[in-house]
Write a protein that binds this ligand. Sequence first.
Ligand code: SAH
Ligand code: SF4
Length: 385
Amino acid sequence: MPGPEFAREENRMSLQEQRSATGVPLRALSEEDCVRLAGELGEPEFRGRQLFHWIQKRGARSFDEMGNLSKTLRGKLAETCDLGGIARVVSEKSSEDGSAKFLFEFRDGRKVESVLMPGSTADRTKMTLCVSSQVGCAVDCKFCVTGKNGFFRHMTTDEILDQALYARRWLQDRADGRILRNIVFMGMGEPLLNTGNVFAAIRLMTEGNGMDLSPRRITVSTSGILPGLAELAGCGIPVGLAISLNATTQAEREEMMPVTRRYPLDELLDACRRFPLKSGSRITFEYVLLDGVNDSPAHARRIVKLLHGIPSKVNVIPFNPDAGLPYERPPDERVEEFAQILREAHLTTSIRWSKALDVSGACGQLAGQYRQKMPDGSRLVFDRE
Ligand code: SAH
Ligand code: SF4
């Protein structure tokens, strides 16, 4: 049975619990919550809306910035509430390719990373932010540094959201025309094991009076957590879906991704077939290419068969090596050949030549918790129930 940290349901703390634990993390509040809070502080409704606007639209990083709120109200807020989110930016590293990697620290000292990258289109001003959803990850995929380092805790709604608020503000401050356009949940953690907080953060990101990002420009990537996928299908937010496929048979996938024992490959593909896609949109299948493991032409042909009947596109990701991982990256020509077989079978295929490799910000390289110690070395065991 999964350990307590595995509990997915009810993992978004209620307003009341958040209050008693840390004061109100204001960044997690909806506009209605802000209005309610203003009422509780004896302020009119519009003050609540102004507060929401400062936090979510303007990306205020302190109460002092909220110029049109009275000094008294700012004082009251500072006394009774907390903005929540990122407590400290430990480092910002810029990569030669235009990406930037942020190491964020939260109030309890836990750290995660987010990577800001130029989008895949020719337009280099539209940026994509790769966000984390958990401190660490319990899924333990054998090719992933985050997985290797283990799981620490879920990220809260305000922590997830604040990565985006911070990055958007960071771009605005540079005033060089770049804007935050896309969000991908491809950083640390398995978003569909933290659905409550992830969905709440997405709702705030797409709030018209807030960040106002289009849900279609937000992509949730999963290793294939079926209950979470069902929740995503039912939650009514039309975000993009990416599945980390990575293997073409049950046995092979179990080896690389032990989660497959619990959520088998055929059931995952069935869930993809049933997934309520908006017309014209497709599921992205990510496929990390490991030298001599899953990169043969036979593997490519099996992908074509597996994805038959699913509106899909494939994103081939040449493995990003790390000293602690037992795999190698295939030569570039093999990566190209592999993609070519998929394309010849009419699968839309892109190759994710890594961004931010020089700052260890590429897929699967996010550790964040270096110097964070696992309390008990625990990791989940995905046996079938
Ligand atoms: N947990 C989610 C999202 C984060 S991982 C998931 O697994 O989908 C984001 C992507 O990085 C996944 O597609 C994963 O397969 C890929 N990835 C992990 N480790 C990698 C590595 N070392 N090299 C290249 N891609 C990797
Ligand atoms: Fe977790 Fe995704 Fe890494 Fe697997 S690939 S260990 S699910 S972060």
